[in-house]
Write a protein that binds this ligand. Structure first.
Ligand code: NI
Length: 398
């Protein structure tokens, strides 16, 4: 068994252990312990960062440029339905986004880079980050020095809609910027038989839901990706009561952070207009979440070359970008150049279980691919050492 195969099969065992014990946001204490124990075992020194985050460095004194490789640690609040032997042991918590695999594959890469540390042209920083799922963990890591001295950063997300052997790392936006809003419409409640004595907030809300659809279709250039979705509409208690208030909740997403904030402004304007038609009052609360994840041209080109070497010509795809989900890797890319990569993990003949599905599981076949990819980007062409260990070319995996 070659080094990468050995490290990868050990990482699969680690991954299944992490999968059994999912933890949320910054409360990833056990996961942090697994990461730190493994780094100790590999002889790589580390320090805590942002509490449960960890940063470690290989060849810190090397003269070349320092690159950073990032994995996220946290799971999601849902109950697993896979029935797998390594399924979550905790009801209501699950590694449904594959961050267990991101962490295990970075640990496998750490083992490989440590084996070949003498060949590294520059320092390689390993970033294990908590609270990607809505907790702005990346921001806390940056505030605690995770990017100090870093010339370029790379990260990846496993991506079930793309077949295994395909990847995306195009320059420009790869994940959207997102924000959420709450609209509270206050009318005048009363008897349903006397609508003329009331101001009906349900009707105002209905107008708002319809009118808000024209923002993306009529006010945003058709070439640009943008989403406005109403996801909750709460109001009313009985058939004979016009309620006093209704509450609507929704999301705005766009390829740029500026456009996202503009969308929120337009949603608010539509809300005001829909309410003023009947005299209802509107309140709008907007909570911007993650910035767009925007890849820088040079690191994206470097990632593209490495992926083409590993997966074959034709492995790179660019349609369907940006993905309109959001990812806090964008914070890193706002500070230093870098690239976030989507690695296809779909298996031919099996239904796609997307990230955040209760039937999702990380595809462990990605682990050796990630080890080779990170080694390439760190300046060690992994395939030269193991020409027989090439990943199946994309053309064979459709
Ligand atoms: Ni994720």
């Amino acid at each position: 068994m070659d080094a990468i195969s050995g490290l990868s099969s050990h990482a699969v065992t680690l991954r299944h252990d992490l999968h059994r014990h999912p933890e949320l946001l910054f409360q990833v204490e056990r996961t942090a312990r697994v990461v730190r124990d493994e780094l100790d075992r590999l002889g790589i020194s580390w320090r805590a960062c942002a509490g449960t985050g960890t940063i470690a460095e290989l060849r810190p004194d090397a003269r070349g440029q320092r690159i950073a490789l990032r994995a996220d640690l946290d799971a999601l609040p849902l109950t697993e339905l896979t029935g797998l032997p390594w399924a979550s042991t905790i009801p209501g918590r699950m590694h449904a986004c594959g961050h267990d695999g991101h962490t295990a594959s970075l640990l496998a890469a750490a083992g490989y880079l440590q084996l070949r540390a003498g060949e590294l042209p520059g320092p390689v920083r390993l970033i294990f980050q908590p609270a990607e799922e809505g907790g702005h963990g990346a921001l806390r890591m940056i505030e605690d020095g995770a990017l100090e001295g870093v010339a370029a950063i790379y990260g990846y997300h496993n991506w079930p809609p793309l077949p295994f052997g395909r990847a995306a790392c195009a320059p420009g936006p790869i994940f959207a910027s997102n924000g959420e809003w709450t609209a509270t419409i206050t009318g005048r409640g009363g008897h349903a038989s006397s609508p003329h004595l009331c101001i009906d907030p349900i009707l105002a809300g209905a107008h708002f839901v319809t009118l808000v659809q024209q923002i993306v279709s009529r006010q945003i250039p058709p070439q640009e990706a943008a989403v406005v979705t109403v996801t909750c509409f709460h109001g009313g208690t009985a058939d004979n009561i016009i309620p006093e208030t209704v509450e609507l909740v929704g999301t705005v997403r766009a390829a740029t952070t500026t456009r996202r904030d503009e969308l929120a402004g337009r949603v608010q304007a539509v809300l005001q207009a829909a309410c003023s038609a009947s005299g209802a009052q509107a309140r709008f609360d907007y909570r911007p979440c993650y910035p767009a994840t925007v890849n820088h041209p040079q690191p994206a080109a470097a990632a593209g070359r490495a992926l083409t070497r590993l997966l074959g010509v034709g492995a790179l795809v660019s349609d369907g970008l940006p993905v309109m989900a959001a990812e806090d890797f964008g914070y890193y890319l706002a500070h230093v150049p870098g690239c976030f990569i989507l690695l296809g993990s779909g298996v031919a003949g099996r239904p796609i279980e997307s990230c955040h599905s209760p039937r999702f599981d990380f595809n462990d076949d990605l682990i050796p691919v990630v080890v080779r990819l990170w080694a390439e980007l760190a300046g060690i062409p992994a395939d030269d050492a193991h020409p027989g260990g090439r990943t199946t070319p994309a053309s064979h995996s459709r």
